[in-house]
Design a protein around this ligand. Sequence first.
Ligand SMILES: [Zn+2]
Length: 149
Amino acid sequence: MPGDIVRATVPITFTYKNRVGHALEQYLNGFKEKKILGVKCPACKRVYVPPRTVCSTCHKPIDKMVEVGQTGVLKHFTIAHVNIINGEIIDAQQPYIIGLIKLTGASSLVSGIVQAPSQGTIKTGMKVKAVWKETTQGDYGDLAYFEPA
Ligand SMILES: [Zn+2]
């Protein structure tokens, strides 16, 4: 019919490997050593994790890396029921928790999976700690999840 738009699903996925930039390179290199790195603004002293190159508060360039704590406070969380894998939304085998955590020494929040023996025990304000994969390779997946500290 004239004017109708015909749409079709094309079953093609693409995998990209992008250069993450200097700040995130250092962040991910820190993961190899099971360290969490951020940057500290020389002007306002805010510490950003993950690192960024410009302060979002005072707009000064930032390049001083600092290590932050492996523990922090769970500030917010949500229960996820799906995974996004290669661009497709797939039902999760079981619900899981995605949290926003303020690590010790950081001014910003970092997101991560939060696991506990029972999801009902997870509360905002609780202290959590990073759990690393046994073997790390400088990838986001190295930091496996956070658990109650
Ligand atoms: Zn600043």
